[in-house]
Design a protein around this ligand. Sequence first.
Ligand code: GDP
Ligand code: MG
Length: 182
Amino acid sequence: MPPQGKNGHREQKLVVVGGGGVGKSAITIRFVTSHFYDEGYNPTIEDSYKRQFVVDDEAVTLEILDTAGQEEFAAMADQWYTFGAGFLLLYSITDRPTFEALPNFHQEILRVKDKDYVPCVVVSNKCDLSRYRAVGQLEGREMARSLSAPFIECSAADGVNIEVAFRELVKLVRKDQKREAL
Ligand code: GDP
Ligand code: MG
């Protein structure tokens, strides 16, 4: 049982997943430190971060796992998926294969957790690079709908919609935890 405050759960474990180079580390670091991480591309294996966050007047301690999307780390994915209560499914608007890979990530999460619903938010990153856009907003929205997830376009570089994405996910995880507690 996760720890409970008087208004519900006070801790959440969230996982950021998606293909290589979509901005998983950039988004996580932007959210945790308010800075843009740009040290070139550095394929993370996994890093975990903590941040206090207030959503709907209720504080939550988030433990956020920034993962690797590369195939060679696939063996670790089961552990990440077991760990997480909620998932940011990330792709880059400039990289179409990362968009097409999202349903696979989603399916794997459901399979590992043996559930037919897991709280997820579809996040399309790098919206500051619109001149290199390779995935339309409407396509993103439709994909999110097909995965029963909200859709948010953001930019880790410009700091656009990062908190919005995490806030949506925190709300979905709370709802899910309430449902599971019934
Ligand atoms: P990860 O493999 O998913 O963790 O991707 P990274 O966070 O390492 O980002 C990969 C590259 O994309 C890095 O060079 C980042 O600086 C860059 N990047 C990440 N997010 C954004 C963004 O929102 N806009 C732009 N222009 N570049 C970004
Ligand atoms: Mg990374």
